[in-house]
Design a binder for this molecule. Sequence first.
Ligand SMILES: NC(=O)c1ccc[n+]([C@@H]2O[C@H](COP(=O)([O-])OP(=O)(O)OC[C@H]3O[C@@H](n4cnc5c(N)ncnc54)[C@H](OP(=O)(O)O)[C@@H]3O)[C@@H](O)[C@H]2O)c1
Length: 224
Amino acid sequence: MTAMSRPWVQVNFVSSADGAVAVDQLSEGLSHPADKRIFLMGRLLADVILVGAGTARAEGYRGARITPARAARRVSLGLSEVPPIAVVTRSGELDPAGPLFTDTKVPPIVITTEKAPRTALERAGAEVLVAGTDDVDLHRALALLAERGLCRVDCEGGPALFADLIAADLVDQLCLTVAPLLAGAGERRIADGRPTPEPRRMDLASVLFEDGFTMLRYRRREGG
Ligand SMILES: NC(=O)c1ccc[n+]([C@@H]2O[C@H](COP(=O)([O-])OP(=O)(O)OC[C@H]3O[C@@H](n4cnc5c(N)ncnc54)[C@H](OP(=O)(O)O)[C@@H]3O)[C@@H](O)[C@H]2O)c1
């Protein structure tokens, strides 16, 4: 793959047909093997997997599991064997004894604020990057990752981080699976939180179908 010098951000989501981001607080109830293949493809081609702390906590994040064949494929593409997980957190409230730190082949990255406690996370093996005073400035966060050669960013959510990425105009591609399911009221949508000054126009780059699931890929419209 061609070397990149600036951050490029892909975001992955699955939603119900009526726009819900989760069923019973988890994305598992919306997913399908075809969606999982796309999710894994995002990981396969990434320098780093970016996730909000809410998702890391809710979904019990651990280090990426890459089969030896996939690790070899990554190396043949000029990538590291295993992409690190980078968690964005304002509070720094991540369990140093949790699987994010203990069940991983590569150290996790924690991107946080000056105010967040970090000693325990560093002791647990994380590389801690400070990218803001009260809030993580996502432009700064991505620049810090790029300085480490981590330009291809695969963001796995969740809704608050996605809303912040949209508001900062940092989304280059969205891979969205729509599940043939009506989840009903009470669930959040895939972007939820900070409002965006104006909508960004995307181009539909590809559509795949399997078992009633639709896998959509939207690319940033340059100059749009
Ligand atoms: N359907 C899907 O594809 C999908 C994908 C992902 C997640 N989800 C679901 O989404 C739910 C979690 O939602 P969520 O909104 O909590 O997820 P989230 O966006 O992953 O996490 C929000 C948290 O991330 C941190 N954060 C986000 N943006 C930040 C910024 N600019 N600066 C500093 N910190 C920032 C904060 O962490 P602190 O609280 O630590 O300060 C914030 O409370 C779960 O139910 C999960 O299953 C679904």
